[in-house]
Design a protein around this ligand. Structure first.
Ligand SMILES: Nc1ncnc2c1ncn2[C@@H]1O[C@H](COP(=O)(O)OP(=O)(O)OP(=O)(O)O)[C@@H](O)[C@H]1O
Ligand SMILES: NCC(=O)N[C@@H]1O[C@H](COP(=O)([O-])[O-])[C@@H](O)[C@H]1O
Ligand SMILES: [Mg+2]
Length: 393
């Protein structure tokens, strides 16, 4: 039970991070009459445009983050990105704040080391072989131990930033420099992972709610340079593969705890399912659920974190998503090609409304459905290819 969004009896959620995923979370929260607050590192972040209140701050600044959360005092603190001063969230949780799904989940998934050690060393889940390195010398030793090809990633980064594949021992120095450029944190430590020869990769959206855990049908996806470009649902798996995937997802999400939706990233290999990582929040590849499911991943997240039951999730139709990325930096761009893209059947577009384009930055997504996944994929890809970030000069 709660009152009007601006009343004293309102229920409020505060998102830490206000990108394209947060924007949809806010819209779903608005639909249930919540008071919505967004914080992010820059002004006019997508979710800010649809929220009641917005704040701009460096979310890695412990003091600033603590002061803001205490001042706003929301009913639910909902991390939307990894790069947050999670130590503050742990303290605030102890002081009585509710952090979604839990402060521990935010802390462990903030850097790749926390979640990897939990998954591989505590839970015994299958993962790629890995090492950590704090400098170039350690990195070279780690690459020699793991062997090539291997994947090198800053501990704190997302959407593939700073990530590279090292194919020869001599490439290690170049990979270190790339990681330095892409890392969001000042402290630099990387993970070196053996390259997993997967046949496909999936996201298993897993929802923990007051009525238990439910799984969405698997989402298949394709990544380029560590960032997703295309996703589709359902992705076909054998009964055995699905059981294995769900068992891994259940173990990791039970260990993180709390209510909410998780994106469990898994590699499908000829030897079995391999755990990659998990987001304790909606996942970029899950944007497809806006057209394919009765409840999108955003609706599911909001419903779960409010403590409501989720007895089932229904796939209404096969669906697909494909992204539009910018190639240039600047504010003076136009998103074009919408007429053409929207001429395709069963196709929608979400333009995120980011105020600044940057090379590789995701600016919009095309969503299509069809009677089969292949048709949905080709429609979404075609729609995305018709969209353009245009410049007048
Ligand atoms: N060990 C690996 N072997 C093979 N491919 C890998 C490996 N690690 C990462 N990749 C590829 O790079 C992609 C991105 O990796 P990862 O999910 O770890 O990065 P990320 O920056 O956290 O991305 P996001 O934030 O989008 O989830 C994976 O989806 C996969 O395609
Ligand atoms: N893979 C994680 C992911 O997709 N996160 C989404 O991207 C935003 C950051 O985008 P930006 O870097 O363009 O500001 C985040 O706020 C979140 O919505
Ligand atoms: Mg990932």
């Amino acid at each position: 039970m709660w009152g009007a969004p601006v009343s004293d009896r309102a229920k409020s959620i505060m998102l830490l991070g206000g990108g394209e995923l947060g924007k949809e979370v806010i819209i779903e929260a608005q639909r249930l009459g919540l008071r919505t607050i967004v914080a992010d590192r820059y002004e006019h972040a997508p979710a800010m445009g649809v929220a009641h209140e917005a704040y701009c701050l460096d979310m890695l600044d412990e003091e600033a983050l603590r002061a803001l959360i205490v001042r706003v005092s929301p009913d639910l603190v909902v991390p939307e990105i990894e790069a947050i001063a999670t130590k503050v969230l742990v303290e605030l949780e102890q002081e009585g704040f509710t952090v979604i799904p839990t402060a521990k989940a935010a802390l462990l998934t903030m850097d790749r080391e926390g979640i990897r050690r939990l998954a591989a060393e505590e839970l015994g889940l299958p993962t790629a072989a890995y090492r950590f390195a704090d400098g170039l010398e350690e990195l070279e030793a780690a690459v020699a131990e793991i062997g090539v090809p291997c994947v090198i990633k800053p501990l704190m980064s997302s959407s593939g930033k700073g990530q590279s594949v090292c194919r020869r021992q001599e490439e290690a120095a170049g990979c270190w420099n790339l990681a330095l450029e892409g890392a969001r944190a000042k402290k630099m430590r990387v993970i070196v992972e053996a390259f997993v020869p997967f046949t496909s990769e999936i996201t298993l959206l897993t929802v923990r709610s007051s009525s238990g855990t439910v799984f969405c049908p698997p989402i298949g996806h394709i990544q380029q340079d560590g960032d997703y470009v295309e996703s589709w649902q359902p992705h076909p798996l054998s009964e055995g593969q699905l059981r294995e995937a769900q068992s891994i997802a259940l173990k990791i999400t039970d260990a993180l705890g709390g209510y909410g939706l998780f994106g469990v990233e898994l590699f499908v290999t000829s030897e079995g399912i391999v755990f990659s990582e998990v987001s304790p929040r909606p996942h970029d590849t899950g944007m497809v659920t806006m057209v394919s499911q009765d409840l999108s991943e955003f609706a599911l997240h909001v419903r779960a974190i409010l403590g409501f039951p989720i007895p089932s999730v229904e796939l209404l139709t096969p669906g697909a998503s494909a992204t539009l990325k910018a190639v240039r930096e600047g504010e003076d761009f136009l998103i074009g090609g919408m007429d053409e893209a929207l001429s395709l059947p069963r196709t929608q577009i979400r333009v995120f409304g980011k105020p600044l384009s940057k090379p590789g930055r995701r600016m919009a997504v095309a969503l299509s459905s069809a009677d089969d996944v292949e048709t949905a994929r080709s429609r979404a890809k075609q729609a995305a290819s018709l969209l353009k970030v245009e410049w007048s000069n």
